[in-house]
Design a protein around this ligand. Structure first.
Ligand code: HEC
Ligand code: HEC
Ligand code: HEC
Ligand code: HEC
Length: 436
């Protein structure tokens, strides 16, 4: 029997008042029989370290503060089981560690039932894994790593990682891509999927598997283990607008960088709704998660991570004021452009000391004599003349002999990348900043 057929019996019909063998029970009302219990499976994930909204172009989307608000909104209207595909931070190091800790705390605060442990999470190292398991206690799941263990609880480095998590009508499992781990760790993804289905059948639950892999693997798993109710996969781009199914298995992805969440609604055992929700500015910041986020930024600041960015030899910067002394008209145009306010923009976001952000919003963060702080290097905060023209101390000292190279689209694209400036077009943008 398919597991959801079993659940139909237990959750749908029995709870609606139809006693299977009790002939004394009153006959069920037709309306009651049809009224299956409603649940929402909410899926977030692949945050990849993007704790704040990203895109740099309005509307900026995503971020954990909005995510908490969006989930709270769904919870206010119905029952929710919220799961996260993992991939909390992409880059190892101190900031990655802080991100993992902040994410684990925030996911626990948001009431996440399960958080997948992915290869990306493991790449951040044992300290990050330990912090994640500790701060999101009881929520970190890997059927791959813990499925073969007695009681489904991992041992050694994975102590506390569980093989599956039961919440509402669902039994949630997850695979971990172990190709980068020492050989012999864990079971295959198909074995993990089969194990989850058999556990779910025993308990009369709907098996939901978070896959540490992309769409092709999700299709393969759905075909091989068709008794799964949903397979969640990880993929870049936006999640699809419509629900995709392989047989009766729903395929879901929250897309990239925590920019969207998925809401899958169940009426009893049947899927009755699917929504992909982009986390735009209409979702206000959740106060509790905002506190965690602020705490994270304070730690980044206090650890002087910006000061520790690698720098190449001095380039010979002089600062925008110096250029203005001889190029008053150009300076005037620049002062009225967005570039002049680029560092203010980060200050307003509270991210003026965040190495994730500063490089494109100042001059020469990667050079010895480049931006340090607004106080130490006032002429180099925000996008200045030398962001585009290059270091100009030599030219300022001897304008007739030291010349600049022509500014081309390549200069702009070093900051106006597809991710931060998706609408960038050289000619259109050039017109907006033209100064001669
Ligand atoms: C050092 C990084 C950097 C470089 C190089 C750069 N930009 Fe920008 N640009 C930014 C940032 C950051 C903003 C957003 C500023 C804000 O709103 O805070 C921006 C905003 C803009 C805007 C919108 C604001 C406005 O004033 O209309 C235009 C247009 C623009 N850039 C054009 C260009 C062009 C054209 C080039 C190349 C010739 C270029 N930029 C090179 C970082 C850069
Ligand atoms: C790779 C370079 C780059 C990085 C890194 C970067 N930005 Fe930007 N940012 C830009 C550019 C370029 C623009 C202007 C985009 C445009 O107008 O097309 C911009 C614009 C913005 C804007 C103005 C958006 C609007 O409403 O118009 C904000 C806010 C912003 N960035 C914040 C951030 C924050 C916060 C971070 C770090 C999490 C960050 N940026 C990291 C390049 C960058
Ligand atoms: C966003 C990039 C950018 C910024 C910032 C910028 N410029 Fe320019 N500038 C250009 C581009 C592009 C041109 C036209 C192409 C060229 O001459 O290389 C130009 C042209 C010029 C010219 C004319 C060159 C000529 O051949 O006639 C001067 C002078 C100049 N800029 C000075 C400045 C000064 C001074 C500042 C700061 C106050 C500044 N620019 C800031 C991109 C920039
Ligand atoms: C002492 C005055 C002075 C200062 C300071 C100065 N310039 Fe110039 N700049 C000139 C003169 C004069 C020319 C014309 C040179 C020529 O025609 O040979 C010039 C030419 C330029 C050009 C045209 C291309 C070239 O290389 O000749 C650009 C771009 C430019 N300046 C940008 C800047 C920037 C950016 C700064 C600041 C880093 C700056 N200038 C500082 C006087 C100055």
């Amino acid at each position: 029997m398919k597991p959801w057929a079993l659940v139909a019996l237990t959750a749908g019909i029995v709870s609606a008042g139809l006693a299977i063998c009790g002939s004394n029970a009153p006959p069920p009302q037709k309306a009651d029989m049809q009224k299956a219990e409603q649940w929402n499976l909410v899926v977030s994930g692949s945050t990849d370290g993007y704790l704040s909204p990203c895109g740099c172009t309005s509307p900026m989307t995503g971020g954990i503060r909005r995510r908490a608000t969006a989930i709270g909104g769904i919870e206010a209207k119905g029952k929710v089981v919220f799961i996260d595909t993992g991939g909390l931070a992409a880059v190892p190091g101190v900031q990655g560690q802080y991100k993992v800790e902040t994410m684990a705390q925030s996911l626990a605060k948001m009431g996440a039932a399960a958080v997948a442990l992915t290869a990306e999470d493991l790449r951040l190292g044992p300290n990050a894994t330990q912090a994640e398991i500790g701060l999101a206690a009881g929520r970190i799941v890997s059927t791959t790593l813990s499925g073969a263990q007695k009681n489904g609880v991992g041992s050694g480095a994975f102590e506390g990682v569980v093989a599956s998590i039961e919440r509402g009508p669902f039994l949630i499992g997850a695979t971990t891509d172990t190709r980068s781990l020492s050989s012999g760790a864990g079971i295959s993804d198909v074995a993990a999927a089969r194990l989850l289905v058999s556990l779910a059948e025993d308990r009369g639950k709907l098996p939901v598997l978070m896959l540490d892999a992309g769409h092709d693997d999700a299709v393969r798993i759905a075909r091989t283990v068709p008794n799964l109710v949903a397979v969640v996969y990880r993929q870049s781009g936006w999640p699809p607008d419509r629900l995709e199914r392989v047989g009766s298995v729903a395929l879901l992805t929250p897309g990239e960088r925590g920019k969207a969440i998925i809401q899958l609604t169940f009426g009893g055992t049947a899927i009755t709704g699917y929504r992909s929700i982009r986390l735009g500015p209409e979702f206000k910041d959740d106060p509790s998660v905002s506190r965690y986020f602020k705490g994270y930024l304070s730690r980044v600041d206090a650890a002087h991570l910006l000061e520790q960015q690698p720098r190449q030899s001095a380039a010979g910067f002089t600062g925008s004021e110096e250029c203005g002394k001889c190029h008053g008209a150009a300076e005037e145009v620049w002062r009225h452009s967005g570039h002049f306010h680029a560092y203010d923009t980060l200050e307003k976001q509270g991210q003026a000391r965040d190495p994730d952000c500063v490089s494109c919003h100042v001059v020469g963060l990667d050079r010895e004599d480049g931006f340090r702080s607004r106080e130490l290097t006032p002429g180099l905060s925000s996008v200045g003349c030398e962001s585009c023209h290059g270091a100009g101390a030599a030219h300022a000292a001897s304008p007739k002999t030291a010349h600049f190279k022509e500014v081309t689209d390549a200069t702009c694209i070093s900051c106006h990348r597809a991710e931060q400036s998706p609408g960038f077009d050289f000619q259109t943008y050039l017109k907006k900043i033209a100064h001669k």
